[in-house]
Design a protein. Structure first.
Length: 286
């Protein structure tokens, strides 16, 4: 667990401190981040692909790596995380934490393949002004695999994994009655899906609970509930794929969201390591 923790912290520190802000205007920084992710995938022995994404006269890139499964062929798993930020933040939690989780899962899977084939995808252009448009990197990717006829068992979006708080009332929710259903402390990780992804969400939550002591809460809801579609999983929903967002709940918990203070030292790497270790084991049971 300590090794996982160290790897996660190293990735977050490199992206958020050494590179820093990675908005759509910061082509040099985005390319540097993309090259770093490619290098990590290559180091794990993966074949790496770049998918160009055209936006506002520039070319951005999704970076993907695939690890072939040892067993079932009834659909692949896709694990994704966006590596861009909004302007004005180094983006440690949003979303260097997700990229760190993505790379660590890829490292473990490459060393010890799972039953299912897994594609690990680092998405560009999740943040505004591409957010919720066909220019999102994840939209371009999901559209391409739908057109290719790829069978997807499920997609997991890693969206802000590192901020936790243990004091009462530090956790907020999009609707007031959620307080009667979910904890007042922000000491859990959340699995969020739509109604069509309910079966996948339940299975993932069940396998994760068997593998990890980190508390987990889940929600399957229509998109009318605020913020349930605020990440790359929405692109996969659009094209009919089951998809789940794994998140620390972002601005419902983290006061540093989209702020200059979203720095590596604000994250809880011990709990992040618990999450990733448990998630790797859970993926093996899907």
């Amino acid at each position: 667990m300590e090794e996982i923790q160290e790897h996660l912290q190293a990735v977050v520190t490199f992206l958020a401190r050494d590179i820093g802000q990675r908005s759509y205007r910061d082509l040099r920084e985005l390319n540097r981040a993309a090259e770093y992710i490619e290098e990590r995938f290559h180091a794990y022995g993966c074949t790496v692909l770049r998918q160009p994404v055209a936006f506002m006269g520039n070319t951005y890139y999704n970076i993907s790596a695939e690890v072939k499964g040892t067993g079932t062929e009834d659909g692949i798993l896709i694990v994704g995380a966006h590596y861009d930020t909004v302007a004005g933040t180094p983006g440690a939690d949003d979303n260097a934490s997700g990229v760190a989780g993505l790379l660590e899962l890829a490292r473990h899977t490459a060393a010890h393949p799972l039953k299912r084939t897994v594609r690990f995808v680092a998405f560009t252009l999740e943040e505004p002004p591409a957010f919720m448009t066909k220019h999102m990197g994840s939209y371009v990717y999901a559209k391409s695999i739908r057109e290719e006829g790829v069978t997807v068992y499920g997609m997991i979006s890693l969206e802000m994994l590192g901020y936790y708080c243990d004091r009462k009332e530090c956790q907020y929710y999009p609707l007031s009655f959620f307080r009667w259903l979910y904890p007042a402390e922000g000491n859990f990780i959340a699995f969020v899906g739509n109604l069509s992804s309910a079966s996948f969400t339940r299975k993932l939550k069940h396998t994760f609970r068997k593998a990890s002591s980190l508390p987990v809460e889940s929600l399957n809801s229509v998109s009318l509930v605020p913020a349930v579609d605020f990440s790359d999983h929405r692109s996969f929903w659009h094209f009919g794929f089951p998809a789940v967002m794994i998140t620390d709940t972002a601005f419902f918990r983290n006061p540093h969201y989209h702020a200059p203070s979203d720095r590596p030292e604000t994250l809880d790497y011990r709990r992040m390591a618990q999450l990733i270790a448990g998630l790797y084991t859970a993926l093996g049971d899907l």
